[in-house]
Design a protein around this ligand. Structure first.
Ligand SMILES: Nc1ncnc2c1ncn2[C@@H]1O[C@H](COP(=O)(O)OP(=O)(O)OP(=O)(O)O)[C@@H](O)[C@H]1O
Length: 410
């Protein structure tokens, strides 16, 4: 069933490519189950009119094909000579789509990595430096109707347990009675469907042609995996990620104006590259938490993550340390990845340490089995419930007091 849908998506993508005459500037075509096509087009950044002509030509040709319901184009610019970096534009076909019925304009975004500076130990970024080239604060962005607050779960490195924290935090909040959504934006390996036991689930489409999130364990969930073909290699650059995430955020029935989600948790891809920066810049994120393991090498990365959020004015409400220790049957703790690193980093950055999550077989097993440990009974559930409480309090406090200021010094 899944295979035949995949085949028909591939066929449609090939049809789009050939309708356009397979030009070398067409970098990739992806078509979703519901007939949404994402076209990645290379264009000369110095020739806006030419780029626009390519976009119109591509959108028109694609949208004429039977089976294509909606077209989103992403313009990636060739390297501007001498600049050392490229520019990107992205746009959704105004005829068929648009956030909340509006028509987004072409956006020109400087290469997200161009302005990033490395934060070294003891360095302190001045406000002026922080604000150089920074976008307006995320809180000033237009909120998404149907979603009261958005929390980003980030990690500067892969494999530290970020998705496990995101899933269990969401599950603990849902268990506590909150209306929670979970968006899996981890492009390098969307693992949330496995952790929720929804690998074979597919989001439906409402009469208004919006995605209906998959319900699992009392949460509404969507995964970036649903928009991409797992077998077709795709270059996930910042703008492509943004197109997909924008669709998952705005073209989905998360909640209504009258009955919104209390919180949408986004599991972001690991790292602090352009994809992550694009999310922090373009999504109206309420706050972020950074997940880390205790070892020194991971902590250096936390600084980078904190610096990225500070630059984009997303308040970081705290650090969640995971794989903090292993407890043997006799009750002795073994700090396999170092001891107290998360607390040290939290102190250095002036952020709360929201949780120290031990290495527990139950956490790994529950993740593999598709039922989050937070929904079971025992120490694993307790630790995530505590984390959920701390996060809920920190989010509430954001309304009444300013976010903690991040200072990069030891
Ligand atoms: N506290 C924990 N105790 C035991 N196992 C854990 C714990 N946290 C995570 N794991 C296990 O470690 C593995 C990696 O976790 P997870 O997928 O959450 O990491 P990630 O940072 O999201 O990875 P990626 O970078 O691939 O997205 C999983 O098998 C998960 O079950």
């Amino acid at each position: 069933m899944f295979g035949s849908r995949q085949k028909s998506r591939e066929k449609l993508a090939a049809a789009v490519r050939s309708a356009l005459g397979s030009p070398e500037w067409l970098e990739s075509v992806t078509v979703g189950d519901d007939g949404r096509a994402i076209l990645v087009i290379r264009a000369d950044s110095g020739d806006a009119a030419g780029a626009e002509a390519r976009r119109i030509e591509a959108e028109n040709a694609a949208s004429r094909l039977a089976g294509i319901e909606k077209v989103t184009t992403v313009l990636t610019a060739e390297k501007a000579p001498g600049t050392g970096h490229s520019h990107t534009h992205s746009r959704t076909n105004p005829d068929t789509s648009g956030q909340n019925g509006t028509k987004p304009d072409i956006q020109m975004t400087p290469s997200p990595t161009a302005g990033l500076r490395r934060v070294t130990k003891g360095a302190r970024l001045s406000d002026e430096a922080m604000n150089q080239g920074a976008p307006p604060p995320a809180t000033a962005m237009r909120p998404i109707p149907g979603i009261a607050r958005i929390l980003v779960v980030a990690s500067a490195k892969g494999g530290v347990g970020k998705s496990t924290v995101a899933v269990n935090l969401a599950a603990a909040m849902a268990k506590a009675g909150m209306k929670v959504g979970l968006l899996d934006a981890d492009i390098y390996g969307p693992s949330i469907p496995t952790m929720l036991g929804t690998v074979n689930a597919e989001p439906g489409t409402s009469p208004a042609k919006k995605l209906i999130p998959v319900e699992a364990h009392g949460m509404k969930t969507l995964s970036i995996g649903y928009l991409s073909d797992p077998d077709a290699p795709m270059i996930w650059r910042g703008p492509i990620v943004m197109s997909a995430i924008t669709q998952l955020l705005n073209d989905a029935e998360w909640g209504t104006k009258e009955d919104p989600l209390d919180l949408l948790i986004i599991d972001t891809p690991p790292g602090t590259g352009d994809a992550q920066l694009a999310i922090a810049q373009k999504v109206p994120v309420t706050a972020a938490i950074i997940v880390t393991t205790p070892q020194e090498v991971a902590l250096a990365d936390v600084r980078r993550g904190a610096a990225m959020f500070a630059k984009t004015h997303v308040p970081v409400i705290g650090i969640a340390e995971t794989m903090s220790w292993f407890e043997d049957p006799a009750g002795n703790r073994h700090y396999l990845m170092g001891e107290g690193g998360g607390a040290k980093m939290a102190k250095a950055l002036g952020l709360p340490l929201l949780a120290e999550i031990p290495m527990l077989q139950a956490i790994r097993e529950a993740g593999d089995a598709g039922t989050p440990a937070a929904l079971t009974k025992g120490p694993a559930a307790d630790v995530f419930l505590k984390l959920a409480r701390s996060v809920a309090i920190a989010l509430d406090e954001l309304v009444t007091k300013p976010a903690p200021e991040i200072v990069f010094e030891e």
